[in-house]
Design a protein around this ligand. Structure first.
Ligand code: ATP
Ligand code: MG
Length: 442
């Protein structure tokens, strides 16, 4: 047997029969961004490695263990983007966008690459919908961010998510907290993994986010950052909660969330599902007031989140959320003989010009096989034309679901009559009611 080359471990193909699911989720993501006033940003698939080392943080799991880094032919160290925030900040600074209107609100839909152990909901190439906002320190911006993720999930028909929030403070409160963590972990040093031993002095908060079961067990009883917040961070967090209450968003304060990336400050949040196993976090985000400065810009408040789209799909399947398949064929025209074939070419052109999805035989098949194919692709209507139909300028339009047939002209009235039958009303009367409606608007 021939040996096929398979896709690399941890990657996934989206096949034509399933692509409507992705398109639907992307459409809802775009709609979410639009109603919250965020515009799309696109950035390159690879960046200078230094961007992520500085932006994501040297002590994060992503940088320490998960990056796809290589040297290109010009001896530059290049990394496939493991996330979108650092690239967004890089582009925003490079193009001087912070000199324009603030807040600056952007979103992205993009693939990310992380060398992880593949399992359900964890891939090496995965996709994120991310939202970012620059320029606002105000807690309303935090609440809006959370509210936009909430909107996205509700639009998709997913409602049973837990919204967990926390504040991890600013560098001022973090200093005391780090001391407290250090003295807590110091006595348990021998039980921590090698990476965490290294983190103990550099960034002890990272230990709280370690995936090793041993470290997680120890981290459970570690001091909570909420007990170390300075007045400013504490007031900020209270306001975020107040605004979330006004928005009617149910949330839970979870003092153990610290997030996996180094750049977060103040508010952090996650949307978590119980329905998809261990990889239950579908959205992670928060404030990163120090990142712009870290990457060479002026100090600028900023925040954002990223939603893992593979996990969203798993979740939608798990809860049975409906995904409309809009890729169905509206009309299949089958033809018997060369004259009819040419007529079919004409008719499907007319149909397509009227925005209908139309198909005909491309295989040189007999009429029976043509109809079999129409069935397989789930065509809504079909039309069989031969010499008689051409002569009479009439054919029978078949509703493939009910089996019912209606006579239809295959001359200049074809599209009008087709719409009448499909929409179940008169095409002319629908046109008239549209005209009437637009008249009313003026
Ligand atoms: P986790 O704790 O699951 O590793 P993370 O903290 O590394 O997540 P973020 O960097 O915050 O994740 O990314 C935001 C979202 O992207 C996650 O909540 C998740 O939905 C998704 N995500 C992250 N890594 C992967 C991956 N390897 N495969 C699929 N989705 C992922
Ligand atoms: Mg991770």
């Amino acid at each position: 047997m021939a040996q096929y080359i398979t896709a690399p471990r941890g990657t996934q193909d989206v096949l034509p029969v399933n692509s409507y699911k992705w398109q639907y989720i992307e459409e809802i993501a775009r709609k979410t961004a639009e109603v919250f006033g965020h515009k799309e940003i696109r950035f390159p698939t690879f960046e200078h490695t230094e961007l992520f080392c500085r932006g994501v943080g040297d002590t994060s799991d992503v940088v320490q263990k998960e990056m796809y880094t290589f040297e290109d032919k010009g001896n530059r160290s290049i990394t496939l983007r493991p996330e979108g925030t650092a690239s967004t900040v890089r582009a925003v600074l490079e193009h001087g966008l912070l000199g324009g209107a603030l807040p600056l609100k952007a979103f992205y839909l993009t693939s990310c690459f992380r060398y992880e152990k593949p399992q359900a909901g964890r891939l090496r190439e995965f996709h994120q919908f991310g939202m970012e906002c620059f320029g606002s320190e105000n807690p309303i911006a935090d609440a809006e961010m959370i509210s936009s993720a909430d909107y996205f999930f509700k639009q998709l028909g997913i409602s049973n998510l837990r919204v967990e929030i926390n504040s991890i403070g600013c560098p001022v409160c973090r200093k005391n907290y780090h001391e407290a963590l250090k003295s807590y972990f110091e006595s348990k040093k021998d039980m921590l993994c090698g990476t965490c031993n290294d983190r103990l002095n550099k960034n002890p908060m990272r230990i709280l986010d370690c995936k090793c079961p041993e470290c997680q067990k120890i981290a459970k009883d570690a001091p909570h950052v909420l007990d170390f917040l300075c007045d400013e961070c504490s007031t900020h967090f209270e306001k975020v909660k107040e605004y979330l209450n006004v928005m009617g968003i149910d949330y839970k304060v979870n003092p153990t969330i610290v997030r996996g990336l180094d750049y977060y400050t103040k508010t952090v949040f996650e949307f978590v599902s119980e329905n998809i196993g261990a990889q239950g976090t579908v959205c992670g985000g928060g404030r990163y007031d120090g990142l712009v400065e870290t990457l060479g810009g002026n100090k600028t408040a900023a925040l954002g989140y990223a939603i893992g789209l593979e996990r969203v799909l798993l979740l939608m399947d798990a809860v049975g959320a409906e995904i409309p398949d809009t890729q169905k064929c509206d009309l299949y025209v089958a033809a018997i003989g060369e004259n009819a074939f040419k007529k079919a070419i004409e008719l499907i052109k007319k149909g397509r010009d009227a925005d209908l999805v139309c198909e005909m035989d491309l295989m040189g098949r007999g009429v029976k096989s043509q109809m079999k194919y129409a069935n397989k692709i789930d065509a809504q209507y079909s039309l069989v034309i031969g010499d008689d139909e051409i002569e009479n300028k009439k054919a029978k339009l078949k509703n493939m679901q009910s089996g019912g047939e209606t006579e239809i002209s295959i001359d200049e009235n074809f599209v009008t009559e087709l719409f009448d039958i499909m929409v179940g009303g008169s095409y002319d009367s629908i046109l008239k009611s549209f005209e009437a409606l637009s008249g009313m608007e003026e």
